[in-house]
Write a protein that binds this ligand. Structure first.
Ligand code: PGA
Length: 249
């Protein structure tokens, strides 16, 4: 079964609203003809501007995090309902930077994914091993366990609508990419875990991206690998030209 390629930009804590508007206005005509799906995950304060700029284009907009509760005394947090109310479509859940710096756990990731589906947001769920775990030969065990815990309790239909981003932590922002074969093998092991739990049909439908120093030079070969269904792109999603090249890979 052939899956679509999804290219998602993760701007992280970059881009002021004015820059976001200009980026999308510049990018939109270049990617009009693109066959791949395009998502930009932007900071909260950019969301509304990005959504307006992306209207009538094939660029979809996502957030980078959210709380799992609907409302309440959680100073500084943003709820799934809030994102949905302005028509945000996607949300990154469990990025390694959130796991590392903000106490995100497999349990909170699972709660957030369920909360996203409750309001009709599509989650982009990140999994990935540290260099230490990799060197200890534990990469596969870590990423399959993160996947299993993230998806726990979801229906087959929800799993099919989840995008998973395999992002080895040692490759994020470092310029070091996993080799095409390595990334393909790791993603294959994630898909195999999904086969075990949800069956072949569901597993074959799940989009699993690679992330970690994807750039305009390596994207084509990475996305050509049979298990790799596109990428979650950090640094290279901040430049229109580079991101356009990646989108057209
Ligand atoms: P990078 O970031 O492309 O800058 O390595 C990827 C990510 O963290 O999503």
């Amino acid at each position: 079964m052939s899956r679509r390629i999804v290219v998602a930009g993760n701007w992280k804590m970059n881009m002021l609203p004015g820059e976001a508007i200009k980026f999308i206005e510049d990018l939109a005509p270049l990617v009009e003809d693109a066959e791949n799906e395009i998502i930009l995950c932007v900071p909260y304060v950019d969301l509304f501007y990005a959504l307006l700029s992306a209207q009538n284009t094939n660029i979809k907009i996502g957030a980078q995090n959210m709380h799992y509760k609907e409302s309440g005394a959680y100073t500084g947090e943003v709820s799934p309902q809030m994102l949905k109310s302005i028509n945000v479509e996607y949300v990154i859940i469990g990025h390694s930077e959130r796991r590392q710096y903000y106490g995100e756990t497999d349990e909170s990731v699972n709660k957030k994914i369920k909360a996203a589906f409750e309001v009709g947001l599509k989650p982009i769920v990140c999994v990935g091993e540290t260099l230490e775990q990799r060197e200890a030969g534990k990469a596969e065990e870590i990423i399959t366990s993160q996947t299993e815990k993230a998806l726990e309790g979801l229906t087959n239909e929800q799993v099919e609508n989840t995008i998973i981003a395999y992002e080895p932590i040692w490759a994020i922002g470092t310029g070091k990419t996993a080799t095409n074969e390595d990334a393909n093998r790791s993603i294959g092991s994630i898909r195999k875990k999904i086969v075990e739990i949800y069956g072949q049909n569901t597993a074959e439908r799940v989009i699993i991206q690679y992330g970690g120093s994807v750039n305009a030079k390596n994207s084509k070969e990475l996305f050509a690998m049979p298990e790799i269904d596109g990428g979650l792109v950090g640094g290279a999603s901040l430049k229109v030209e580079d991101f356009n090249t990646i989108v057209h890979s």
